[in-house]
Ligand binder design. Sequence first.
Ligand SMILES: C[S@@+](CC[C@H](N)C(=O)[O-])C[C@H]1O[C@@H](n2cnc3c(N)ncnc32)[C@H](O)[C@@H]1O
Length: 278
Amino acid sequence: MPASALHLSDRHFRSIAQLIEGQVGIKLPPGKRLMLEGRLHKRVRALNYSGVNEYVETLFEADQLDSELTHLIDAVTTNKTDFFREPAHFTFMREAAVPSLLKAHSRNQLKVWSAASSAGMEAYTAAIVLDDMTRTGSRFAFRILGTDISSAMLQQARAAIYPRETISPVPPEFVKRYFLRSRDPLCDEVRVVPELRRTTHFMRMNLMDAKYPVDRDVDIIFCRNVLIYFERETQRKVVEQLCSHLRPGGYLMVGHSESMVHSVVPGLKQVQPTVFRV
Ligand SMILES: C[S@@+](CC[C@H](N)C(=O)[O-])C[C@H]1O[C@@H](n2cnc3c(N)ncnc32)[C@H](O)[C@@H]1O
C-alpha cells in the first residue's frame, strides 16, 4: 500500500472525528490524526480498501455504518488496563468502603460496577479483593458487572484468559488462588478461576446512552480512565447518570487524572481526590 493511502484528508478526518464524538463521546482533536490513521490501517487492509479515505467514504454510504460501527469503535478506543491498576482504590475498597457499606445496610450483598471495563481486569481485581475479604472474616455476597462499548474487549473479559505477564501486579497468594495455568507448558496464558468468573458478568453499554440498563442500588462504581476522553459537558452528564445508579452512601471511583470531575459536577462529595460518595 503506498504511503499516501495511509493519510486521511482533512475532510475525512473531520467526519470520522464528528461521528466518533457523537456516538461514543471520545474527542479526536487534530493531534490524534496520526493515531487514527494507524488504527484504521489494519481495518482497511482487512477489508481490502485502497486506503483510509476510501474506507471513510464507503463508511458513510447507505447501510454501511451500522455494520461497521462496532469495528470502528474497537479501532478508536484506547483499552489499556491492568490487574490492580491504581491499587490505592482497591485498598480503599477493602479498608474503608466495604466496611462502611456493610455497617450502613442490613443487606449483605454488594453490587460493584466497572463502568468502562475494557478487558475485564478491573472487574476481576475487584472480585479478587472482595472474595478475599469473605475468606478473612467479612460475611457478605457480591456481584460484579462490567460494561464497555468495545465488543472485542467484552469478548476477552468474558473469556477471562490473559497473557501470563499481565498478572505480574497480582500478589502471589492471589495468583495461586484465583488463576489457572494451562496444562500445555508451551501456553503462556492464565485464566481466572470459574468461582470468580461466576460472580462477574459483562454487558455492552455506551456511557453516552440516555439511560443505563443497570440497577439503581449499586454500592461501588469504578469509572476510571475513560472520562478523560470526554468533553466537560459529557463528563458531567455521565457522572451524574452514574451517581443516580448508586445507593445512598455508595462510592464512585475515577482515574487518577480524572479528579477534575469534582469541579464539573456540583454537589459531589469528595472523600479522596479520586473517590466520591453520594
Ligand atoms: C483506557 S480503558 C480503561 C479501562 C479500566 N477502566 C482501567 O482503568 O483500567 C477505557 C475503556 O473505556 C471504553 N469506552 C470508551 N468510550 C466509551 C463509552 N462511550 N461507553 C462505554 N465504554 C467506553 C473503551 O472501550 C475502553 O475499554
